[in-house]
Ligand binder design. Structure first.
Ligand SMILES: NC(=O)c1ccc[n+]([C@@H]2O[C@H](COP(=O)([O-])OP(=O)(O)OC[C@H]3O[C@@H](n4cnc5c(N)ncnc54)[C@H](O)[C@@H]3O)[C@@H](O)[C@H]2O)c1
Length: 356
């Protein structure tokens, strides 16, 4: 049995289960660190843009534990300082509140992780210019900084770069089906342009770039509220509060969900490779889950009385997501292992431990 598994569901009491948050996160960080060769990161200067967001803060935490020196750059538009508050007294950690597009410093670094972006559709559709520019101007700024330092770059692209794919499982060689004027184009085309810019810097300057097409990831710290809420955290919070669990469309659309430990392990394994024969990698689970089942599963794990309510499907939503993970398995010699039940249970326990 996986050491992270916890078989006993509990009902949400609204109480603060003190310490549980740190316990879950610390266990997860241990699991990530065990999967990585620390030598690639020890003593390295690393800039993490979007470092106070969900994935960025996990990367900062992991790398601090591997003795890297971190500059966390974030404008706190969708991220929260709370995610990195515990690092503010750590000597090798520095937070800079700044927009990635206008960040003018050129600190000495060995690696750049560029994650700054607004990833939630309801949110980025309200800020389409900022969203497109974080992938265009922001990526240019990060690549230029990396070039000045001869640093290695991790670019957080997305499964959304495939748009509305017609090939499943979707391999990295699939070119995508994207409408440049569609309702999600600021994000989808933004990520695609960011990838193209990474390749241009590689071709013109020999920059070492690693593009990760991340599929849905979830876990502690994934925001649940309002516009920023992503599906798993939103369902969990709705279930814990006894509110209706809101499914868009008939819920037959599918996604592949990867627990944060697997997403971060794969990202760091990719960045830790001395040389990579591949510039781009799908990072995700080869398991397809439909959203209606997900809602029922979360309701059951939370032992919740919530009803599932169906709302109209937003324009531009995609019906299927499933990565071809063969390249990831071959290149990293690794595959994600945490089952959805376990990840949901851990995420749910973490949310339970938060202030209601
Ligand atoms: N979490 C996922 O499932 C997923 C899937 C695919 C791709 N991604 C990509 O991974 C990255 C991280 O996603 P996340 O889930 O952690 O999202 P998040 O919203 O939690 O984190 C993004 C961070 O970027 C910051 N940010 C946004 N615009 C900025 C700007 N212009 N300047 C400086 N900081 C800025 C936000 O404040 C936030 O802290 C994003 O690039 C996202 O597109 C995530």
């Amino acid at each position: 049995m996986n050491t992270l598994e916890n078989p006993r569901p509990r009902r949400y009491s609204g109480d603060l289960a003190l310490g549980l948050k740190d316990q879950i996160i610390n266990q997860d960080l241990d699991a990530i660190r065990k999967s990585i060769d620390p030598s690639a990161f020890q003593g390295k200067g690393v800039l993490v843009s979007g470092g106070s967001g969900f994935l960025g803060s996990w990367i900062c935490d992991t790398l601090i534990g591997l003795d890297s020196r971190i500059i966390c750059l974030d404008n706190l538009s969708t991220g929260v300082f709370e995610n990195i508050d515990h690092l503010k007294t750590v000597k090798s950690f520095k937070f800079e509140r700044a927009d990635v597009c206008t960040y003018s410093k050129n600190p000495k670094v060995d690696m750049v992780f560029h994650l700054a972006s607004r990833p939630a559709p309801e949110d980025y559709q309200k800020h389409p210019v900022e969203t497109a520019l974080a992938s265009a101007t922001g990526t240019d700024r990060m690549l230029d900084l990396a070039r000045k330092n001869d640093a290695r770059v991790f670019y957080a692209s997305s499964s959304e770069a495939y748009g509305d794919p017609e090939v499943f499982p979707t391999p990295e060689s699939y070119e995508g089906k994207v409408d440049p004027l569609g309702p999600r184009s600021c994000y989808e085309e933004g990520k695609r342009f960011g990838e193209a810019l990474c390749k241009a810097y590689h071709d013109q300057y020999g920059l070492d770039v690693r593009i990760a097409r991340l599929f849905n990831s979830y876990g502690p710290r994934l925001r649940a509220e309002g516009l920023y809420g992503r599906v798993i955290s939103r369902f969990i919070l709705q279930a814990l509060r006894g509110d209706d669990i809101t499914v868009f469309g008939d819920g037959s659309q599918t996604r592949s969900f990867s627990y944060v430990t697997d997403t971060v392990s794969a990202s760091l394994l990719f960045m830790g490779l001395d040389r990579s024969s591949e510039m781009v990698l799908n990072i995700g689970m080869k398991e397809e889950n439909n959203i209606r089942d997900l809602a029922e599963r979360i309701k059951a794990i939370a032992v919740s009385d919530s009803s599932v309510r169906f709302l109209p499907l937003p324009a531009g939503d995609h019906m299927r997501r499933l990565p071809d993970t063969a390249r990831m398995e071959r290149l990293l010699g690794w595959s994600p292992s945490l089952r959805l039940e376990t990840g949901l249970d851990r995420t749910l326990r973490w949310f339970r431990s938060q202030k209601p």
